[in-house]
Design a protein around this ligand. Structure first.
Ligand code: ZN
Ligand code: ZN
Length: 288
């Protein structure tokens, strides 16, 4: 069941400037009806008032947020390779196409048909095909480019600000990414290395996934802090966004861009689901 979602201009700007998350959260259970491999189409309203297509998330996984999460219970994860965020600057008006789709959108102002719970609507496979052909050659928004998160985390862990700056510079060399670069610098500048130490303290240096204790085995701390919501995709450096994992698990999490389910604190590692064995500090998705 493909879906169509209306993304407000403000939220779109925020997402692209702080790190394209390739996620969507909603209260509406329709969001959980989408199957991996199906598309979630996103449209927005440009500053000149024109409605344009904004993104296609090719769904890779569905997970749940904690019950108390105020941006909704359901979360979908877009495939990093196949999802697209469009540069909307010169895109054609999408309103005639959206109004012609099977979902109801008959309000005088199109966006009003997509408010609150109705922001996400089910569309048919022929609607999906129509949108795919309409958006086929749309250019990408370069701000959606991702930093190599594992290298970024490694540079942060070893307190190597020159390497962090270099990663940012190489990824966002273009002038048009100034905003994105600036926001990222702010995010990273407020990062606290103290969190790694706090986690090692809480878990005696053990991996939260397999409970392996390098302290016991080697008398040394080698478990690492991982940001569940990647920093390069808008994640924050809050303790509630961090888990302590062994280097093997950390590598696997990055290799699979492992979706995390906050309902049972489990990572999806390829075809295997692994829940945290050690869980003593509360985890909460980034609020956005
Ligand atoms: Zn482990
Ligand atoms: Zn990590």
């Amino acid at each position: 069941m493909p879906l169509l979602y209306y993304w407000t201009a403000n939220n779109r700007e925020w997402d692209l400037n702080y790190g394209a998350s390739f996620h969507l959260n909603q209260k509406n259970a329709l969001l959980h009806g989408i199957e991996p491999g199906e598309s979630l189409w996103v449209f927005t309203r440009r500053a000149d008032g024109t409605y344009t297509m904004a993104a296609e998330l090719l769904i890779r996984a569905r997970t749940r947020n904690p019950e108390t999460y105020r941006y909704g219970t359901y979360r979908v994860w877009g495939d990093l390779e196949q999802s697209r965020y469009f540069n909307i600057e010169h895109l054609p008006n999408a309103e005639p196409i959206i109004r012609a789709l099977s979902c109801t959108s008959n309000a005088a102002i199109l966006g009003q048909s997509f408010q609150g719970n109705a922001a996400v609507k089910q569309i048919t496979t022929s609607d999906d095909a129509l949108l795919r052909s309409f958006c086929r050659d749309f250019p990408s928004d370069a701000r959606a480019k991702l930093l190599p998160e594992d290298e970024l985390e490694a540079a942060l862990m070893t307190d190597n600000p020159d390497r962090v700056r270099e990663l940012i510079r190489v990824t966002y060399a273009d002038e048009s990414h100034q905003n994105r670069m600036q926001r990222l610098q702010e995010t990273i500048a407020t990062r606290s290395r103290q969190h790694v130490l706090e986690l090692r303290d809480i878990y005696d240096g053990c991996c939260q996934l397999c409970a392996w204790s390098p302290r016991e085995t080697y008398g040394s701390d080698i478990c690492e802090a991982h940001h569940i919501h990647w920093i390069s995709r808008g994640g924050t450096d809050a303790l509630s966004n961090l888990v302590l994992v062994c280097p093997n698990h950390h590598r696997a999490i990055h290799r699979f861009d492992a979706p995390f389910d906050w309902a049972d604190n489990a990572f999806q590692l390829g075809g295997t689901r692994e829940a945290l064995m050690l869980q003593k500090h509360p985890l909460m998705p980034v609020e956005r």
